[in-house]
Design a protein around this ligand. Structure first.
Ligand code: ACO
Length: 401
């Protein structure tokens, strides 16, 4: 029997790196994370400064183009995005094909992939102009599709986009306005939504972004690639974590039950993990969680909500950060820990949380996809494997098995 592991080790031709914890698959100039310092930079700018001073459209321009826009560049960019906010009317029929109780992420995966069937004029990836239009279409249409998925689930008519509103404001309008009432977007909630979009816009080579790049490396059209990104993001260890974090806080219910859950998280015989804690790269505080803790305060104040889950969350954070297990393993709250509290206060059902993440991350996916397509050294992605199955053997007829 050939020991393939030894062979690989001897030839030195392969790196066995399960889950790619230490293998770079590409060069990138978009996002930088220093996990030990708890630092996140978009094109060199610290996330805290962007969250404080910028807005999602400006951040989108920055991620796509590498520099902050001038006023004219930003106006032009916003014009180009708003030009594409509507979806093909025929696409509306797709929604009625889904069950009303379908998870909105299932709808997202299907409808985003279906865009390629409607926008043939932006699927030729060898044409730079088509790539740009596809990028704008994706960023512009994803909130429309997300809001339509929600409206369909609650049995309300779709709300058409309003291009006089900001990206976040328009999204809130499409989500929550109904034809029989005038909907006024609250500036605090619009700002919080914009902040959540900004904080989730990109995060270098995470699982869904790597999925988008890998799908794109075969030459697949961008709509198909973003649909693949949505599918990957849906997993509970990735974009599904804020939904899981909120469910966990609800299950804990009151601060006195926290120690019980802390003990469960430490018990290796119990699969339970503290959702919203820990990160593959951050081994210090996730800077996005700090910003969101503050935003959670603001949103709850604005809405005059006394949410006991926020108290549970803060107490859980305090206890975990003093616990030897969490300190030793460098487990800190991540971006998902507080975002669920904010989103539910704003009126989003938990099933929409991952959808919102997908809306925000689309700009990162699109920026990373464009960077990959323009990179001359990129070829079709094709990870190798360390084969550990049977060595060659002869077929055994049925009566001899
Ligand atoms: N609660 C309890 N223990 C944990 C947790 C947690 N949330 N996270 C990690 N650990 C422990 C593991 O049991 C493991 O212990 P061991 O060394 O004794 O075996 C150790 O810490 C390392 O954990 P890994 O799973 O190997 O770390 P990895 O970097 O692969 O995982 C992940 C990162 C998936 C985020 C993990 O921390 C986790 O499952 N967290 C909860 C889910 C979550 O919040 N996901 C959101 C990620 S952020 C995002 O996608 C935007």
């Amino acid at each position: 029997v050939i020991d393939i592991r030894k062979l690989y080790a001897k030839t030195g031709k392969f790196t066995y790196d399960p889950a790619f914890t230490s293998t770079a698959s590409c060069e990138s100039k978009i996002t930088y994370i220093d996990g030990d310092k708890g630092e996140l930079l978009y094109r060199g700018y610290p996330i805290e400064q962007l969250a404080q001073n910028s807005d999602f459209m400006e951040v989108s321009y920055l991620l796509l183009n590498g520099e902050l826009p001038t006023k004219e560049q930003k106006d032009k960019f916003m014009h180009d995005i708003t030009y594409h906010t509507m979806v093909h009317e025929q696409l509306n029929h797709f929604f009625s094909g889904f069950r009303r109780d379908a998870h909105p992420m299932a709808i997202m995966v299907g409808v985003v992939g279906a865009l390629a069937a409607f926008y043939h004029d932006s699927t030729d990836i060898s044409d730079e102009r088509q790539r740009i239009i596809a990028s704008y279409r994706m960023i512009a249409k994803i909130p429309t599709i997300a809001a339509m998925a929600y409206k369909y689930s609650v049995g309300q008519p779709f709300s058409y986009p309003r291009n006089d509103l900001s990206y976040a404001g328009n999204f809130l309008h499409m989500m929550f306005s109904v034809p029989c009432e005038t909907y006024k977007v609250s500036p605090t909630l619009e700002r919080a939504m914009d902040m959540i979009f900004t904080l989730h816009a990109d995060h270098e080579q995470n699982a869904s972004t790597s999925t988008v790049r890998l799908a794109g490396s075969s030459g697949a059209n961008p709509f198909a690639c973003i649909s693949a990104g949505c599918a990957c993001l849906w997993g509970p260890a990735h974009g599904g974590a804020n939904e899981a974090a909120l469910k966990m806080l609800e299950e804990i219910g009151t601060p006195d039950r926290i120690p019980e859950y802390i003990e469960r998280a430490k018990d290796k015989n119990d699969p339970f993990r503290l959702m919203g804690f820990g990160h593959r790269v951050y081994k210090n505080y996730d800077p996005r969680a700090t910003v969101l803790r503050k935003t959670a305060h603001e949103v709850l104040n604005e809405l005059n909500i006394k949410n006991p889950l926020f108290d549970v969350a803060r107490e859980l954070e305090k206890i975990a950060l003093e616990d030897e297990y969490f300190v030793e393993k460098k487990l800190y709250p991540n971006v998902d820990f507080y975002s669920g509290i904010i989103l539910s206060a704003m009126g989003f059902p938990t099933s929409m949380f991952t959808v919102l993440f997908a809306v925000a991350r689309t700009v990162g996916w699109v920026a990373q996809w464009n960077e990959m397509i323009s990179d001359p050294v990129q070829r079709i992605g094709r990870p190798r494997q360390l084969y550990t199955g049977a060595t060659r053997r002869d077929y055994i007829p049925m009566d001899k098995r």
